[in-house]
Design a protein around this ligand. Sequence first.
Ligand code: PEP
Length: 249
Amino acid sequence: MLIAGNWKMNTDVDSGTELAADIAAAVKKSDLGTVALAVCPPYVSLTSVREALGETSVALGAQNVHHEDEGAFTGEVSAKMLLSAGCSHVIVGHSERREYFSESNQDIQQKVAQARANGLVPILCVGETKAERDAGDAKNVVEQQLRGGLAGVDFGAPDDLVIAYEPVWAIGTGDTATPDQANEMHAFIRGLLDDLYSSAFADDVHILYGGSMKPHNAEELLSQPDVDGGLVGGASLDAESFIAIAEHG
Ligand code: PEP
């Protein structure tokens, strides 16, 4: 199980550092067994959050990365910069980036490749809109996003990649996929990974569910056989809720 928090464009350096310190303190007090945690704060807080997480095993991730190594790309952040700030993970292809920043599957593939080339674990987000689900197109959309985002990229081990299935209609809305809907899509994604890589690889890749995961619904979602964790937005901004979700893992 992996529970990753996506803080989005929330918290400043002070409040983000405080949240990380609260998470670190809660982790020390709780028994999470084999559940791994990651937090993905805004760029400006990466280093202070890393420090506040201290000796805990909570991993640090970013929310985006540029596909070039370096150069004249004002406002962008490279994979090497993320590594130097202590990141091991990076979210790629979140639906908010697809929608508000017009990221295409091809753009996302370049970011996945860049993350991989630098030893960062991409958390590749895929998921359909409500209109696409209603039109019976959900699997088709997810397949295109997955195949497009991973095209030509090889991974050494299953831990080098994380997939997050995030139905757009469930993100920040309070609506979640039912456990059956989530599991069905996760199993479908695992089948695609089997086709792209191998069954051993597909079996062991973490496929996270994201979309209004909260302490009260985490247990039923995380108990599904193909759900290997969660990508948590809103509820990850409160240490107690974030850890409560992880305790269901
Ligand atoms: C997300 O944005 O990745 C997410 C899952 O958000 P929320 O949990 O708030 O729906």
